[in-house]
Structures are given as structure tokens and as C-alpha cells.
Design a protein around this ligand. Structure first.
Ligand SMILES: C[S@@+](CC[C@H](N)C(=O)[O-])C[C@H]1O[C@@H](n2cnc3c(N)ncnc32)[C@H](O)[C@@H]1O
Length: 274
């Protein structure tokens, strides 16, 4: 599949009614979570992951942040509302961008958030125009991750931050585990080390990596069980077929974690000067 066809398929998936149905499960943070307590909800844990990534990147009030792959704007509202940043939040899903704008109206920091269509592999922004680059759990959808990170390095000012979290491959799966990992994504996964090396190649000095893999299965199991509990509500929004296909996909994500080869982690860096 050509890169553009793959991207169009991903955009179509996030534009389809299923993304609205999934708000019932994910709420507005569409990524796994960092769990600290037995009674943490997925939402508590996924907000904690966002907060942790911001801490690692030392993003603070006044930072002008480019967020790529912004989902429905949960992180943009956190960065603008809780941290006081100015955020340009971008996505290739027009449906999610519309929902993001609706959810942002009247919220703290709303006047510091702008939503725009942008493909993270070809950013429509000038060189060195942002203090920080942010991409949470979306580079897994890129067949050209090096290009996406080169774009990140181009638009960030020297000394500026880049922060990503993403699903990763852990070790070298063999046999059935390898086949399962290939079925899970056509784009293939990178290891945390590959992300860190690609940061350096793109022009960032890596300042932190964190392996969050041990939180992943709990996240996916919570989502899967919640989807099964809410199946009729989801199907009323997205239809039976889409709902059951999505439930099957989450069974696969869980199975990937159970092999020990599907992981999750964060990489943060600073753009090298000169
Ligand atoms: C798992 S969701 C994560 C959303 C958001 N970052 C969050 O954590 O709440 C993946 C997002 O990646 C976006 N995406 C996928 N490919 C993209 C691309 N080439 N350019 C920009 N966004 C992309 C999807 O539209 C979707 O919003």
C-alpha cells in the first residue's frame, strides 16, 4: 500500500462514526495510561501520561506548542488550560478536528488553541516557528516516521523540545507472535531505541526515554471490557459491523501485549543548536 493510500485509510478510520462512538470509552485522551493506584480509571491514567510527557519535555506556560495527531483535543486543552501554553493542534481527521473545536468551546485556555488540518509528514508551517513539538501515540500510523521527525526538527526552534509517546515493539517476536504483530499494523512498530536513534538523526538530542510497557495491557483490557459492556451504545452510533471489528482489534492489541512484544514508551529531546 502506498503511503498516501495508507494515510487516507487511517484518516477514514478516524473520520468514521466509530471515532465518535469511541469517545464513550476513551473520553478525550485517546492513548494508554500510566497507572498508580488499584482504582485508577483509564481516564485518570491517560491524563497522567499526558502530564508526565509534559514534565519530561519541561513544557511550561508561554510555550508555543505544535501538537500533531491531536485526536479530539484532550491534550491541547490540557496544555493550554492547565499549563498555559499556546497550542496549534493538528490532525488529518477532519471529523476529529470538528469535535475537538466543539469540545474546546468555552473551556479554560480555549483562546490559546487553534485547530488545523495537517499531515505530520508534511507540516504546513515555517521553519523554527514553535518552541515545542508534541505527538502522542500516532507515529505508529506512519510509514515514513523519519520524515515525520525531520519535519518536527524543521519547525522547532533551536533548543526547543520534542515529545512523543508511542506503541513500540519489544524484542524480536518469532513465529505466531511475529505474525500477530504484523497483523496488528501494516506500518510496523519501532522499538524505543529506534525512536531514540531517529530523534538523534533528525537533529534532537535525546534528554529522556521512559519505557511504559508494563502499563499497556491494563489500558487495553480496560478499553476492551468497557467496549464489550457498552457494545449496544457503540453499535447505535457506529453500526454493528464497525463495532465488532473494533472490538476484535482490541482483542488483538491485548494479545500483542500478552506476547510481551507490544510495548509503549516516551522519548523526549531538545533540538540541537547550530
Ligand atoms: C490514537 S489517536 C491519538 C490522538 C491523540 N494524540 C491523543 O493521544 O489523544 C491517533 C491520531 O493520529 C492521527 N493521525 C494518524 N496519521 C496522521 C498523520 N499522518 N498526520 C496527522 N495525524 C495523523 C489520527 O487521525 C488520530 O487522531
Amino acid at each position: 500500500m502506498a503511503d498516501k493510500d495508507f494515510q487516507n485509510a487511517i484518516a477514514a478510520r478516524y473520520d468514521a462514526p466509530m471515532y465518535r462512538a469511541m469517545l464513550e470509552v476513551w473520553s478525550d485522551q485517546i492513548h494508554p495510561g500510566l497507572f498508580e493506584n488499584d482504582d485508577d480509571t483509564l481516564y485518570d491514567a491517560s491524563v497522567r501520561a499526558t502530564r508526565r510527557l509534559a514534565e519530561l519535555a519541561a513544557i511550561d506556560a508561554g510555550s508555543n506548542v505544535l501538537e500533531t495527531a491531536c485526536g479530539v483535543g484532550g491534550t491541547a486543552r490540557f496544555l493550554a488550560g492547565d499549563l498555559g501554553c499556546t497550542v496549534t493542534a493538528t490532525n488529518i481527521s477532519r471529523g476529529q478536528l470538528e469535535t475537538a473545536s466543539d469540545l474546546t468551546e468555552g473551556k479554560p485556555g480555549a483562546d490559546r488553541i487553534g485547530y488545523e488540518f495537517a499531515n505530520f509528514e508534511e507540516l504546513p508551517f515555517s521553519d523554527e516557528s514553535f518552541d515545542a513539538y508534541w505527538c502522542q501515540d500516532a507515529l505508529l500510523y506512519s510509514i515514513a516516521r523519519d520524515s515525520a521527525l525531520a519535519e518536527a526538527a524543521r519547525v522547532v526552534k533551536p533548543g526547543g523540545a520534542a515529545a512523543i509517546s508511542d506503541l513500540t515493539i519489544v524484542g524480536t517476536p518469532q513465529g505466531e507472535a511475529a505474525e500477530l504483530m504484523e497483523r496488528i499494523t501494516k506500518a510496523g512498530f519501532w522499538s524505543l531505541d529506534q525512536y531514540a536513534a531517529a530523534f538523534e538523526t533528525a537533529g534532537f538530542e535525546v534528554t529522556a526515554t521512559e519505557d511504559w510497557s508494563h502499563h499497556l495491557l491494563r489500558s487495553f483490557r480496560l478499553i476492551l471490557h468497557d467496549m464489550i459492556d457498552k457494545r449496544d451504545t457503540l453499535a447505535a452510533i457506529a453500526g454493528d459491523e464497525e463495532t465488532d471489528t473494533t472490538i476484535a482489534r482490541y482483542h488483538q492489541w491485548c494479545a500483542g501485549c500478552e506476547t510481551g512484544h507490544l510495548g509503549w514508551g516516551a522519548v523526549v529531546g531538545r533540538k540541537k543548536k547550530g
